[in-house]
Structure formats: C-alpha cells, structure tokens
Design a protein around this ligand. Structure first.
Ligand code: GTP
Ligand code: MG
Length: 368
C-alpha cells in the first residue's frame, strides 16, 4: 500500500553550486511500477538501486561516468558523481526524461530551454545565475554580475522578437564569453629541448612538467592551469616536434602535438637555439588562432642580432618575444603579449553577452 507521505519523484542537487570534486543528487519520492529513473546506471553487482538494502553503496557507471548510488531510505536515493556541472546536468536530464521533477537550481536551468511559460526576466535571471556558478575568478564574476542589470532581459526580448541584428551583435562576443566562463587554452609547442616544459613550469609557478637536457623528454600532452590578470589560462605542454622521430612513441607524441594546434586559442611556438623546424612551420601556417614566437634561452644569446638571425619574423607568427625560462627574464612581457593576442578587444561596457549560447542553451521558445 502506498504511504501517505509518498510524493512524486523529485531530484535536487545537495552540494554547493558550481564545479567541485563531488556532486550529490538526491532523488526522493514514489517510484511508479513502470518507472526506472536509474535506467542509464550500469551497475557492478546484481543489486538494483530500486530494491537495494538501505545504505548499501552501489558502484557503477552512468553513461561511462563512474559514480555511486546509495539508497538512503525507502523512497530516497543519493547519486554521488563527479562534481563538474556537465556530469550533474547529464544525470538530471536523464532523470527528468524518466519523469522526475527536478527541483534544484540546476533543474531550473535545464527547463530554461524547454519552457515557453518562463518570462524573459526569469530566463535572464537563471542564465546569470548559472554563468556565475562557472566563474572561477572575481573578475569573471564581476563581468557576469553586470549582466544582471536588465541587459540580458532586453537581449532575450529582442531575440524572442526575431531581431537578427541584435543576435549577431551579441554572438560576436561568444569567444570572449566562452573564455570568461571556461578559460583560454594555450599550446606550448616547438622543437625538442627548446624549453617548453621549463616555460610551462615558470608560467604556472610550480614544477608541473619534467625538465631534462635529453631531447624528447615530454611525450604526452600535459596541462596546467593558472590565472593571469583574472583570466583562467590552461597551458598545454607537448612533445617536441622534429622531422625524424626516434621511436613510435615519440612519433605519436609529435602527432598529438601537431593535432593540438587545431583546438586552442593561442599557440606559443617556443624556439631554442635553432630555427623552428619546417614541419612545425607548415602546421602553424594553417592554424586558426594567433601564433606567438617565443624565443627562449635568451640568457644564452649574446646579442639581439642572434635572435634576429635565428628566427626571422615571417608568417605564421603574429608577434614574438624573447624570454629565459632559466632567469625568468621576459616572462612578464610574454604574459602581457599572450593576453593581448587572446583578448584583442573587450566588449563595450553595456554589451549583453551571449550567455545562453555560451552555456549551450537553446532559447528558441522564449516569450517576450
Ligand atoms: N640556459 C637555459 N637553459 C634552459 C632554458 N630553458 C630550458 N633550458 C634547459 O633546456 C633543457 C630542455 O628543457 P625542457 O624544458 O625539458 O625542454 P622541452 O622543450 O620541454 O624538451 P622536450 O620535452 O624534450 O621536447 C633543460 O636542460 C633545461 O634546463 C633557458 O631559458 N636557458
Ligand atoms: Mg618537455
């Protein structure tokens, strides 16, 4: 018999908003006989969450993501998953598709795209709230908070009215908005031994990557994040590029290094004491982002003329800078050139940023 207290199935996120190590989603309420909200859960043992003993931890995967489910009461479960907002959204989406009512803030956001009944004010409010959750620096949060002064409402109203011009104006700032919320990706490439890993360590202020005098030390892509002037920057260190790889492993490293040039916001081509290899120059010539030539080991160059002779400034380089990862000379200059190339211009003060686009939400149903 159904208890008086049994309610419709509801899901809510118990953990704090924003990315974290772990997120906990609580699912509570009566499970109608034909309903299985745990359908995507691939469990490791024979117990299903619906009839598992109370407080038994069930290990398994949800669309490939490791997580655990604990039945904490007769009609109550906790799904403990990776704390990134994507994992949580994915699970909430599945629960919602299985008939669960999502009652948390994240649930409100999910429904933003599919509910014609929400006003532009409500939608704008949710967009700003969700964007704020993603901000990891005060500067980013300040810029997003400025969006709550009515400009997002106006943008949504004009989009709902089919104003194509305003849509295009706002979308112009999509890369900027993406970087504000998710950070920039900067690739460090160059020939073996040029000092890429040394520079990664210098830029991040810690010994993240192995440095050695043996060419070909770094084999895989290696990342490290830092904050520059309030901007999140994720640096990718990579295997040194040369025409003749000494092994299959090195060849694979070089392939990954070259492939990574397609998926970053800026490439820093680190040069050692030899000209940049032709193979790398050819790849960089087709890059769809700025390429900064970074002449490292400045401490070993005797005159400015050495630099000119080593690396004549030709395509594909947008700019160049002289540094030493050893003495740290030129590092501040390098950081400011990188920011200039990453953010060539800032949006005018009253710009309504394309938050919905950046968050991947379709607001076609918005009502003015
Ligand atoms: N004098 C001097 N030596 C440097 C500088 N930067 C790096 N080195 C040295 O150059 C060698 C190679 O440095 P790494 O940072 O490992 O070079 P890499 O480009 O990552 O090399 P691979 O991973 O092999 O491609 C090491 O012996 C470093 O100590 C620099 O600015 N000045
Ligand atoms: Mg290296």
């Amino acid at each position: 018999m159904q208890s008086l207290f049994q309610t419709e199935l509801q899901a809510s996120v118990l953990t704090a908003r924003g990315p974290g190590a772990v997120a906990v989603i609580r699912l509570q309420g009566h499970l109608p006989p034909a309903t299985n909200p745990f359908q995507p859960f691939v469990r490791q043992d024979d117990l299903s969450p619906q009839n598992a003993p109370i407080n038994r931890i069930l290990y398994g995967r949800w669309h490939g993501e490791d997580l655990v489910i604990v039945r904490t009461g007769a009609d109550c479960w906790e799904i403990q998953c990776h704390g990134g907002s994507l994992a949580v959204q994915r699970i909430l989406q599945d629960l919602q598709a299985a008939g669960t009512r999502v009652t948390s803030a994240a649930g409100n956001l999910l429904s933003t795209s599919g509910r014609p009944d929400l006003s532009c004010e409500q939608r704008a409010d949710q967009l700003v709230q969700h964007a704020l959750q993603l901000c990891r620096t005060r500067e980013a949060a300040e810029r997003i908070l400025q969006q709550a002064d009515g400009r997002q409402v106006q943008l949504l109203q004009r989009l709902a009215a089919g104003d194509a011009q305003v849509a295009a104006q706002s979308r112009r700032w999509l890369p900027f908005t993406n970087s504000l919320l998710h950070g920039f990706r900067v690739l460090l490439t160059g020939e073996p031994n040029a000092g890429k890993s040394s520079l990664l360590n210098a830029l991040c202020g810690r010994q993240r990557a192995i440095v050695s005098a043996v060419p070909g030390t770094t084999r895989d892509l290696l990342d490290a994040e830092t904050v520059l002037d309030g901007w999140i920057i994720r640096f990718l260190d990579s295997a040194g590029v040369r025409e003749e790889a000494a092994s299959d492993v090195e060849a694979e490293g070089i392939r990954r290094s070259l492939t990574a040039t397609c998926d970053v916001d800026l490439i820093c081509c680190i040069a050692g004491l030899r000209p940049v290899p032709e193979l790398l120059l050819q790849t960089l010539a087709t890059a769809n982002c700025p390429v900064l030539l970074v002449q490292n080991k400045a401490d070993l160059l005797t005159t400015d003329g050495d630099f000119e002779a080593l690396q004549p400034l030709v395509d594909p380089f947008s700019d160049r800078v002289l540094v030493s990862a050893k003495t740290l000379a030129g590092l501040t200059e390098l950081q400011s050139r990188m920011l200039q190339l990453l953010i060539p211009s800032l949006p005018p003060a009253d710009t309504a940023l394309p938050l919905a686009d950046s968050l991947g939400l379709d607001l076609n149903h918005a009502t003015a």
